[in-house]
Design a binder for this molecule. Structure first.
Ligand SMILES: [Zn+2]
Ligand SMILES: [Zn+2]
Length: 156
């Protein structure tokens, strides 16, 4: 297992969040945060639970869920709801990005495009709409799934 320290800043932020909200420090939460930070992916509660339990089988789903919600309140995690399933991803100091979601295998692919961002600002301005945030989710087939289903290719 990697011993490299990850997310030192995030751990400090979480520690001060815990102190500020007068919560007890818990080593279970520390393990959950560390596991979360070592993963670059979009994780459901069960995905994270699975990774956490490889290190600490005694940690249960409720603790993982509650810790994720705390991370969210602390600004370290962001929730992403895809077709009714909730995922969490790192939030701190991450650049804005949007998601492609594969209907075949469920893979979530990140993208960002300044031109799309600029266009939506322009369209919003035309409507006098003040944007405070947005999430794009584009559904379809990832490269691998599209290759498996040639009839989808033919439709284009
Ligand atoms: Zn796929
Ligand atoms: Zn993402």
């Amino acid at each position: 297992m990697k011993t490299k320290t990850v997310g030192r800043e995030e751990k400090e932020i979480f520690a001060s969040y815990i102190t500020h909200h007068r919560l007890k420090r818990s080593d279970q939460r520390d393990v959950i945060l560390d596991t979360f930070l070592r993963s670059e992916r979009h994780l459901s509660v069960d995905d994270l639970l699975h990774l956490v339990q490889k290190r600490r089988p005694d940690i249960g789903r409720t603790t993982v869920y509650r810790t994720l919600k705390l991370l969210q309140s602390a600004g370290l995690a962001q929730e992403l709801v895809v077709q009714g399933q909730t995922y969490f991803e790192r939030e701190y100091k991450r650049q804005h990005h949007d998601h492609f979601i594969c209907n075949g295998c469920g893979e979530i692919i990140e993208f960002s495009n300044p031109e799309i961002e600029r266009l939506q600002d322009e369209v919003a301005a035309q409507h006098g709409f003040v944007i405070e945030g947005h999430r794009h989710q584009i559904f379809g087939q990832c490269r691998r799934c599209a290759a498996r289903e040639p009839r989808l290719e033919a439709r284009k």
